[in-house]
Write a protein that binds this ligand. Structure first.
Ligand code: S3P
Length: 426
């Protein structure tokens, strides 16, 4: 489906977002693993989190919706039902990677599958550490399908993350929850820390590295969760407000986890007028309100160390970069090539359509020059974050500029266009 856009005049209003996708995935995992009833308030409305629920449903977990709450009847340790079908993770990398660590510790076999995009994404990063733990995983090309057999020799490991990935960290820690010895993850670049916060895992710093440990002592128990709003969904609206004249947007009750707000810190250094207020905490996760005003942005150098913390926001940050003084350049983000699409290529191909000068590197890109086209037809590459980032750009260009393939926004935010309609004046 294609959507056409008029030029936006200003952004005004107040928004609240459905629960953060990363936190919601984990709330479904931990409440399904725990024995008994847990309640999840403000769960993400994304297709990806529905994929996690579908997988746990096949494993015998019961879910009921009661108004805006999800009631989960968890199974307890190693009490899942053997699945009768392949476990379909849809488009969700987080579901596929995190469930691998849980399934290696069960006493039944299972097969993990996914859609066309997920079936191309690298799984060696989880197969390797889980096999080191004694997990039995087979895969033809280190991609889905993954076939998992029960193992009678699962053991704790110490593992230094070779890629800055919270999904890899989490799957190893989840497998470690089934062992009496301590499993340790060592990370040199800080990745999102929802798993350790929500499970209350011990975290230490040793020689500039972060060390997270898990063991059976931290196996989750039933509890209630409140999921703060999705900061990565809010990012598109924050950038749209910053780059549109005469605009002010208030975002309420949104996640402010320090490992997720790297893009806000970067934008502030770029001269963005963003205020954070009313910070509170729930399930060990900070959240609060954000107030954004139109700003005259300036491009600055982007340090390698913040890349894992801005990884999902790079598509929309690159759109902000076009409207900032100077040129936008980002390197050391090769990981973007392994997301729902090859995001470096998707960004560069779309940007080239505008007449901007684009330099594509194996690990990043540079944008310079001016937008020369009055009307541009972008492509979503069937990737939700590309669809939303280029919808923002299409609104800045106007003249019925369009994005083809917008259905995929539901992967993280099914209400994206409704919210755009609500806050934008044309
Ligand atoms: C996620 C981690 C990140 C991120 C993804 C969600 C998570 O992926 O890009 O959207 O919930 O753990 P990596 O861990 O592969 O970097």
């Amino acid at each position: 489906m294609k959507r056409e856009f008029k030029k936006i005049k200003s952004v005004k209003g107040e928004l609240k977002f459905a629960g953060d996708k990363s936190i919601s995935h984990r709330a479904v995992f931990f409440s399904s693993m725990a024995e008994g009833k847990s309640v999840i308030k403000n769960i993400s409305s994304s297709e990806d989190v529905k994929s996690t629920q579908r997988v746990f449903n096949e494993l015998g977990v019961e879910f009921t919706n009661d108004n805006s709450e999800l009631i989960v009847k968890g199974r307890g340790k190693q009490k899942f039902k053997a699945p009768l079908v392949n476990l379909d993770c849809g488009n969700s990398g987080t579901t596929a990677r995190l469930i691998s660590g849980l399934l290696v510790a069960q006493n039944f076999s299972s097969v993990i599958i996914g859609d066309e995009s997920l079936s191309k994404r690298p799984m060696k990063r989880v197969i390797e550490p889980l096999s080191l733990m004694g997990g039995k995983i087979e895969s033809a090309n280190s991609t889905l399908p993954l076939s998992i057999q029960p193992s009678d020799s699962l053991r704790a490991i110490e593992y230094t993350l070779p890629v800055a990935s919270a999904q890899v960290k989490s799957t190893v820690l989840i497998a470690g929850l089934h062992l009496s010895d301590e499993t340790k993850i060592i990370e040199k670049f800080v990745t999102r820390d929802h798993t350790e916060r929500m499970l209350g895992l011990p975290v230490n710093t040793i020689q500039n590295s972060k060390v997270v440990s898990s063991s059976e002592n931290f196996y989750p128990t039933a509890k209630d969760y409140f999921i703060p709003g999705d900061i990565s969904s809010a990012a598109f609206f924050i950038v749209l407000t910053l780059i549109t004249e005469n605009s002010e947007l208030i975002i309420k009750d949104v996640s402010l986890n320090p490992t997720r707000i790297g893009f806000i810190e970067l934008l502030k250094k770029m001269n963005a007028k963003i205020k954070i207020e009313n910070v509170r905490e729930s399930s060990n996760e900070p959240y609060g309100d954000i107030i954004v005003h139109s700003s005259n942005l300036k491009n600055i150098g982007i340090d390698d160390s913040i890349i894992p913390n801005i990884i999902d926001e790079i598509p929309v940050l690159s759109v902000a970069g076009i409207f900032a003084e100077g040129n936008f350049e980002i390197r050391n983000c090769e990981e973007l090539r392994y997301k729902e699409s090859d995001r470096i290529k998707a960004i560069c191909d779309n940007m080239k359509l505008t007449g901007l000068d684009i330099e594509e590197y194996p690990d990043g890109f540079r944008i310079s020059g001016e937008i020369k086209k009055a009307k541009v037809e972008f492509n979503s590459f069937n990737d939700h974050r590309i669809a939303m980032a280029f919808s923002v750009l299409a609104m800045m260009i106007g003249n019925e500029s369009s994005v083809e393939g917008i259905e995929c926004v539901g992967i993280s935010n099914p209400t994206f266009y409704e919210q755009i309609g609500y806050v934008s004046q044309q």
